[in-house]
Design a protein around this ligand. Structure first.
Ligand code: 5CU
Length: 381
């Protein structure tokens, strides 16, 4: 662990608690967990881009041993609390803000969503209580539930001692995050000081990856490009719809350093001021808060970008006081070394902070933990 004055905080770290795993095991379409003949661990199949390989293997012979299985193995890293703590200890992480991983409760029937969310959030809360001070969590909202259940869930998670916000995908109530029906939810989150951790899941339509992707390119295109574009589009839509002005107290942490937002903010601005429709409607005038301002006033970015080049862009866009270290555990385990040891995916992110901000500097320490402690009130129990 780090020294007493310097705390490392991981704000992007997921878990699928046992009840959620059981839920996925009962399902026949993605997201699901399925066992395959000859494979040691069951496989977690969640991404839209994996559906095609699942269909293919199912139609061939589901019991045939295959070296090309869809999804990823469900190791202990996905649901074991002691494994999470071991991972934190072996990477000198003092505090983790854990969250349910995608696709959260997006697939749960409306009538079940409220209770499912309550029990999952309780599981997270109980895990945090087991190791006081080391774990906090972003809760999960029952987005498919009726509006009153959804709003009641915000009140419920607010009362959970270790909850510091909510993890949210980009689909919202089904129409995206620029849906006016979501504004009351955003108001409720802001009023309760619950920060949104915005995280992608759906990527881009599979067609954009071309006919060779499924067989030849693994998950690279949907994860490396689809995820960040999804986040970028979701936030750009919120911005264009005026959500940030309607709810000025709303605070979001964007996964993967904001997708491509830091890099594309200038282009978004240029497209706005050169758009005849927006200019005619008075939406591009001088009183407008620019996307650059929103990035510095309402948005935080995680530092899960794996290189100092992207990290420097994120820092330039949002400010060094708005970046927060993350690991994306349990995703991206090492493939050629012991999973109980050091994960290269983690050291790349820590190394990016060192290269961008220097070794043992105040700014580096802020990104590695100090910012998260302040913003998410991790000094409060
Ligand atoms: O590897 C993956 O599929 C993922 C995922 O689904 N979610 C995530 O946060 N990181 C990687």
């Amino acid at each position: 662990m780090s020294s007493s004055t310097y705390r490392v905080v991981d704000i992007h770290t997921h878990m699928y608690p046992p009840a959620y795993v059981q839920l996925l095991e009962t399902r026949n379409s993605i997201p699901l967990i399925r066992k395959f003949a000859g494979a040691k661990e069951p496989r977690l199949i969640i991404l839209p881009a994996e559906a095609e390989s699942l269909d293919k293997i199912t139609s061939e012979d589901p019991d045939k041993t295959s070296s090309h299985l869809p999804g990823r193995p469900v190791t202990t890293h996905y649901s074991s609390l002691s494994q999470k703590i071991h991972f934190m200890d072996s990477h000198q992480i003092d505090i983790s803000v854990i969250s349910l991983a995608n696709p959260w409760l997006d697939f749960v029937a409306s009538e079940d969503a409220g209770e499912t969310a309550k029990s999952i959030n309780q599981e997270f809360s109980d895990m945090c209580a087991t190791v006081p001070g080391r774990l906090f969590f972003f809760a999960t909202l029952p987005l498919t539930a009726p509006p009153e259940t959804l709003l009641a869930a915000v009140g419920h998670v607010r009362s959970l001692k270790y909850c510091r916000g909510v993890i949210l995908g980009t689909s919202g109530l089904g129409k995206g995050l620029d849906d006016p029906a979501l504004v009351p939810v955003f108001h409720a989150l802001a009023a309760n000081k619950l920060t949104i951790f915005l995280h992608p899941h759906y990527g881009l339509p599979s067609e954009v990856w071309g006919p060779r992707a499924t067989e030849e390119y693994g998950h690279v295109l949907p994860l490396a490009l689809g995820f960040p574009m999804e986040t970028t589009i979701a936030v750009a839509r919120m911005y264009l719809a005026g959500v940030f002005d309607q709810v000025p107290e709303l605070r979001l942490i964007l996964a993967h350093s904001g997708g491509t937002l830091p890099f594309l903010a200038g282009r978004i601005e240029s497209c706005i001021v050169h758009d005849g429709h927006l200019v005619r409607e008075g939406k591009a005038g001088s009183g407008r808060r620019t996307i650059w301002q929103v990035l510095r006033e309402q948005i935080y970015l995680d530092a899960v970008v794996y290189s100092e080049v992207g990290l420097k862009a994120a820092i330039d866009a949002s400010g060094v006081d708005r970046l927060m270290f993350g690991t994306d555990h349990p995703f991206f385990p090492p493939l050629n070394s012991d999973e109980q040891g050091e994960w290269e995916s983690v050291t790349w992110n820590a190394e990016a902070v060192r290269k961008a901000l220097g070794d043992a500097t105040d700014c580096g320490r802020a990104v590695m933990g100090g910012n998260a402690i302040e913003v998410l009130r991790l000094h409060e129990d």
